[in-house]
Design a protein around this ligand. Structure first.
Ligand code: SAM
Length: 285
C-alpha cells in the first residue's frame, strides 16, 4: 500500500511535521489550467481530495468544516436569502447552504475542472447540489466577480484554497473591500483562514486587511482532523457588531426553527467557537 504525503508544510512553511494517508487506491488524477487534482481512497477517511498536494476535504470529516462555514453565519444572520460562495468547487458548502430557505446561491469557482472531478469521483460531497434550481454557477475568478458585480448579497462565504496558487488573490485587501461593497447592510463575510498553530500569518494578515472595511472583524474556530494542527480559524467580518454576541438561547431558538440535523454544528458549539484561545486572539493585531 502507498502513502500520500501532503506537501502543505514542506514548502515555505516547514515545521518538520507532515500528514500522510494510507492509500487503498488512487481513484482519479487530472491536471487543469489552474491546479493538479487527485482523489484517492483511504481505509479510514474514505475518499480524499487534494489540490496541488494540499488536502482539501475528506469524506469522513468534511461535515465539520462545511457545517461551520455555513450554519454559523446563516443562524447568526437569521434571514439571509442571497448567498455568494467564492471557490467551493467540491460542492460541500453549496450542499449545506441549500439546506436553508435561500432564494438563490451564487457559486463562483475559477476552475470548472474541480466541479466536474468532484461530481464524478466524490459525489457525496455535493449530494446533487449542483442540480438545484436555486444555484447560479459562475466559472470565473472570484476577485473579478466581486469587483464587477452590481448585485448584493446577505452572506459571502469564501471557501478558497490556501493563499498559494489561484487562491492567493482571495486573501487580498482589495478582494475584501469589494466583498464589503457587494454586501447588504448587516451582511456577513466568512472565510477559510488556515490553522493558526501552523499558519499563524494567515490570521495576522487577514485581520489587518479586513479590519479597515468592517465594524466587527474576528475569527471563530472548528477542529477538523485533517486540517492538522488543532483548531482551524474561520474569518468573520460584518458591520453588525451584535451578530457575534448572540446568546446561546437565541441561537437555539433559531436553530430549532430550522429543523436541521447536524453532526458538528450546534447552538452551543456556535457560541463557543467565538471564544478564542489566547494564542489565537493574540494574532489579531
Ligand atoms: N475547504 C477547502 C480547503 O480549504 O482545503 C477548500 C475547498 S474548495 C476545493 C477550494 C476551491 O477554491 C478550489 O476548487 C479552487 O479552484 C477555488 N479557487 C481558488 N482560487 C479561486 C479564485 N481566485 N476564484 C474562485 N475560486 C477559486
Amino acid at each position: 500500500m502507498n502513502w500520500y504525503q501532503e506537501t502543505l508544510y514542506s514548502g515555505a512553511i516547514d515545521h518538520g511535521y507532515r500528514q500522510a494517508f494510507r492509500v487503498s487506491r488512487e481513484v482519479a488524477r487530472k491536471a487543469t489550467e489552474f491546479q493538479n487534482m487527485v482523489i484517492f481512497e483511504t481505509p479510514f477517511f474514505g475518499r480524499v481530495l487534494a489540490l496541488d498536494g494540499v488536502i482539501q476535504t475528506t469524506e469522513r470529516d468534511e461535515f465539520i468544516y462545511h457545517e461551520m462555514l455555513v450554519h454559523v453565519p446563516m443562524v447568526a444572520h437569521g434571514r439571509a436569502t442571497r448567498v455568494l460562495i467564492i471557490g467551493g468547487g467540491d460542492g460541500g458548502i453549496l450542499r449545506e447552504a441549500l439546506r436553508h430557505a435561500v432564494e438563490k446561491v451564487t457559486l463562483v469557482e475559477i476552475d470548472r475542472g474541480v466541479i466536474d472531478f468532484c461530481v464524478e469521483h466524490m459525489p457525496k460531497l455535493s449530494g446533487g447540489a449542483f442540480d438545484d434550481p436555486r444555484l447560479e454557477l459562475m466559472i470565473e475568478d472570484g476577485i473579478a466577480y466581486v469587483r464587477d458585480i452590481e448585485r448584493t448579497f446577505d452572506l459571502i462565504i469564501v471557501d478558497s484554497t490556501d493563499p498559494i496558487g489561484p487562491g492567493e488573490v482571495l486573501f487580498t485587501e482589495s478582494f475584501y473591500a469589494n466583498c464589503k461593497r457587494c454586501l447588504n447592510p448587516g451582511g456577513v463575510v466568512v472565510t477559510q483562514n488556515g490553522v493558526p498553530f501552523y499558519q499563524n500569518d494567515e490570521i495576522r494578515t487577514s485581520y489587518g486587511r479586513l479590519a479597515p472595511h468592517f465594524a466587527d472583524v474576528s475569527f471563530y474556530v472548528a477542529a477538523v482532523p485533517t486540517y492538522v494542527g488543532g483548531f482551524m480559524a474561520l474569518g468573520w467580518a460584518t458591520d453588525n457588531v451584535d451578530l457575534r454576541h448572540l446568546r446561546p438561547e437565541v441561537l437555539a431558538e433559531r436553530f430549532d426553527k430550522l429543523g436541521l440535523q447536524t453532526r458538528y454544528y450546534s447552538p452551543g458549539v456556535h457560541y463557543g467557537a467565538f471564544q478564542l484561545p489566547p494564542y489565537v486572539s493574540a494574532l489579531m493585531r
